[in-house]
Write a new protein. Structure first.
Length: 288
């Protein structure tokens, strides 16, 4: 199929883009990478009157580190640029690893980090990575800006705390504390498919005992699922097989994944427990 008719404008300033999106008389959508929007247009699942292409706005193409040490990813920054950046790979390796699991190179070359986060397919890698990394999103509209924590941003399947007049202008990812180990793994039927189960893990230890853990799944609910119960079984304990087994049992008990044509609910629950042991082991070995 082909999309319905629409107007197209590519503003060069953010105020102009926000003015266009704030027009209550028109159904307007933001276009950045288009890897989710264009198929929806072609299938006429979305029929906006106006597309606002934000890729020519210079401030939205920035990928740098702010004065607070946080990584700043502008709304127009491509996924491939993030994954290939030496600074990101050295200081935010979990983010680079998550991006490398997205689809295929052609998708990552066009898709944007912020676009994937706003689209929020619950099987996608970046929402889970954002929650694990304690990211925040700067959301702008003509009336002003607000900052939203990743754990509060994702509301349900394909739903986020973004209104039609909003643009997520940047994603902010704080620096990892020294001594943090990381891992990102997923299980999918084929390379490039959405994950049936995916998992982001961060671990930090004081000697042999775990003093900080973040365990966040994708593909097992309508939002990224942070399993605090599993995290709690690790804190203050010597890391080893017993601690990991307790964490896996906690995750299996708490998770209530859906079943679909790709995997049953029971398979996802069991796979989530197995994946957690593997991912925890990898994160522990990567502690700097």
């Amino acid at each position: 199929m082909k999309p319905g008719p629409f107007d197209y404008i590519a503003p060069t300033t953010l105020p102009e883009a926000l003015r266009l999106l704030g027009d209550p008389e028109r159904d307007t959508k933001v276009l950045a990478g288009g890897q989710s929007l264009i198929p929806m247009l072609n299938m006429r699942l979305a029929r906006p009157e106006l597309l606002v292409d934000i890729t020519r706005i210079a401030e939205l193409n920035r990928l740098d580190v702010g004065a607070d040490g946080a990584l700043r990813i502008g709304a127009a920054v491509r996924q491939s640029a993030v994954a290939a950046d030496p600074m990101v790979r050295a200081r935010w390796p979990l983010l680079a690893a998550a991006v490398e699991q997205i689809g295929h190179p052609q998708i990552r070359n066009r898709g944007t980090v912020c676009g994937s986060l706003v689209h929020h397919d619950p099987a996608a890698e970046l929402p889970a990575a954002a929650v694990a990394l304690d990211a925040r999103f700067t959301v702008a509209r003509a009336a002003g800006r607000r900052s939203i924590a990743a754990e509060e941003f994702f509301l349900s399947t394909f739903a986020t705390d973004v209104e039609p007049e909003d643009i997520v202008v940047e994603t902010l990812v704080p620096p990892l504390p020294a001594g943090t180990g990381w891992a990102f793994r997923e299980l999918a039927q084929r390379r490039g498919d959405f994950a049936a189960v995916g998992l982001a893990v961060l671990l930090r230890a004081d000697g042999v005992a775990v003093d900080s853990a973040r365990i966040v799944y994708c593909g097992v609910g309508s939002t990224p699922i942070r399993v605090r119960e599993a995290e709690g079984t690790l804190l203050g304990r010597e890391f080893g097989q017993a601690a990991m087994a307790d964490a896996a049992r906690a995750a299996s008990t708490v998770l209530d994944p859906p079943g679909d044509l790709h995997a049953s609910a029971q398979w996802r629950r069991e796979a989530a427990a197995v994946l957690l042991v593997r991912t925890l082991t990898e994160a522990w070995e990567r502690r700097a």
